[in-house]
Design a protein around this ligand. Structure first.
Ligand code: NAD
Length: 481
């Protein structure tokens, strides 16, 4: 079993290596220090890039018969399943999330490798008819070196989400873990390192975003950037990417709306709100953070939701409560500030609105804010905490205008028994994915990504694999025809 309080290392060119400096990792449940990890410098980042470059250029990953990559990915999945218990415990401690959810992250990580193992030998081009005298076909080449920057909210599953298709397509990868929650990813990469991938195929460094992250994304050695994180960081990475015209996948934030029509099934709404905004303490990019409710059932739904929120168990992750602490004191302070601003702008706290000041860790009360109007900051800004804004609407047209009235467009939901209403809304909602009658429906098999400030490119599903390859067309002049 891992000694969690140990000093953790970076993984570069097939070896676990230390750095001159270290970062402290704290426990959200207590605020106390938990462990230290080697803080990668730009020198470490360059070593990782060199290792990945050597691996990509040696073609060891992509010239093998694709069946070899299938084998590697399936072996990785098995190794991840073998460390899931240990890894879940580490992730629960460092991140504050429930043990069950941490376990699910490792299971999901294994599923990504199984899923993309199934595609690694099916990356097939097409043949294009050009008439007599020509043969034409396309092939998919790997990008080369993929730089992947991971956020703290689902570090293990998001890491696997980008790493598995990248390896399936034959890329070498440099991953930067998040400063606040890097340890579970070390357990993940330790499992992956047991499989005999070519040296330098996978590198993991933990360093400061502004130093090491920005160094990676500015490097000419990087052939692709995959970023999951906040909008301001994504924008700064895109500026750097523009310098080298580096292709990028951007998975950014959200302010996603569920439209609840008067005929909606109340149980479906309640269970969706419970997971939609309180799962992972609301620190989910696709959280159900705006509940748009038809005016005639507005008071009824607010009462039901408040009642549910007040009945949630709040505890440390090891006890598998409904609501866990948020990641840091800074995050908690930001969430409380957004609640105060909501009140100043005229909204009403129906329940919650502040932290538990009698608890040591970073615990926010489950919060429901009512009488929110669409232009208030609580209806426009991502909170990234257990805070639900409830907004009334009068008509379908009105609901769609409110739902589409932010700069984001990650996910959206529709709750109604009327299939025509659901289909009309689905067509018109500005979002990368729409849930009907169940928030978070879908899975690793379904493409995920945003529009507007929520980003571009798709992860998950078969479609994501094509984010990790380039199309090459080969046109051949055939003489004598
Ligand atoms: P963040 O943007 O602060 O950090 C994300 C990562 O970027 C971290 O590893 C950080 O070290 C690194 N980073 C910071 N500055 C950088 C720079 N200048 N150059 C390169 N890298 C840099 O985000 P966060 O606080 O870790 O995560 C929360 C945000 O992530 C929320 O906005 C959330 O919506 C978003 N998110 C999106 C998805 C998605 O799939 N769309 C999933 C999870 C989280």
């Amino acid at each position: 079993m891992t000694n969690i309080n140990a000093h953790w290392l970076n993984y570069i060119d097939g070896e676990w290596v230390d750095s001159a400096n270290q970062l402290k990792v704290h426990q959200p449940a207590t605020g106390e220090p938990l462990a230290t990890i080697a803080q990668a410098s730009v020198v470490d980042a360059q070593r990782a890039l060199d290792a990945a470059r050597r691996c990509a250029d040696s073609n060891e990953l992509n010239r093998v018969r694709p069946a070899q990559r299938v084998t590697w990915l399936l072996q990785i999945a098995a190794e991840i399943r073998a460390v899931a218990e240990e890894g879940a415990w580490v992730l629960c401690k460092e991140n504050g999330k429930s043990l069950n959810d941490a376990r699910d992250e490792f299971t999901e990580a294994a599923r990504y490798f199984e899923y993309y193992a199934g595609m690694a030998d099916k990356i097939e081009g097409t043949s294009i008819p050009l008439g007599n005298g020509y043969m034409d076909f396309t092939q998919y080449d790997p990008m080369g070196v993929s730089a992947q920057i991971v956020p703290w909210n689902f570090p293990v599953s998001i890491c696997a989400r980008s790493l598995a298709p990248a390896l399936a397509a034959g890329n070498a990868v440099v991953i930067k873990s998040p400063e606040l929650s890097p340890l579970g990813m070390c357990v993940l990469i330790r499992a992956i390192a047991k499989v005999g991938l070519p040296k330098g195929a996978v590198n993991l460094i933990c360093g400061r975003g502004r130093e090491v992250g920005s160094y990676l994304v500015s490097s000419k050695q990087v052939d692709q950037i995959v970023f999951t994180g906040s909008v301001p960081t994504g924008q700064s990475i895109l500026h750097a990417a523009a310098e080298n015209a580096t292709p990028s996948v951007m998975e950014l934030g959200g302010k996603s709306a569920a439209l609840v029509f008067a005929d909606a099934d109340r149980q479906q709404v309640l269970s969706s709100v419970k997971s939609g905004i309180f799962f992972n303490a609301g620190q989910v990019c696709s959280a159900l953070s705006r509940l748009l409710v038809q005016r005639e059932i507005y008071d009824e739904i607010v009462d039901l939701v408040v009642n549910m929120a007040e009945g949630l168990s709040v505890d440390i992750g090891e006890h598998n409560p409904d609501l866990t602490p948020v990641i840091s004191a800074g995050q908690l302070a930001g969430i409380e500030q957004l609640c105060r601003t909501a009140v100043e702008e005229g909204a009403v706290i129906a329940t919650g609105g502040e932290s538990f000041n009698d608890r040591a860790g970073h615990f926010m009360r489950p919060t429901v804010i009512r009488d929110v109007s669409p232009q208030m900051s609580i209806a426009q800004d991502e909170v990234f905490g257990p805070v639900l804004a409830v907004i009334p609407f009068d008509s379908e047209e009105d609901a769609l205008a409110i739902a589409n009235g932010t700069e984001f467009g990650l996910v959206a939901g529709v709750f109604t028994q009327d299939i025509s209403c659901a289909m009309r809304c689905t067509r018109r909602l500005k979002a990368g994915q729409v849930f009907v009658n169940e928030w978070y429906a879908g899975g690793i098999e379904t493409p995920f990504g945003g529009v507007g400030l929520s980003g571009f490119g798709r992860e998950k599903g078969q479609e994501a694999l094509y984010s990790y390859v380039r199309t090459k067309n080969v046109a051949i002049r055939v003489t004598g025809e």
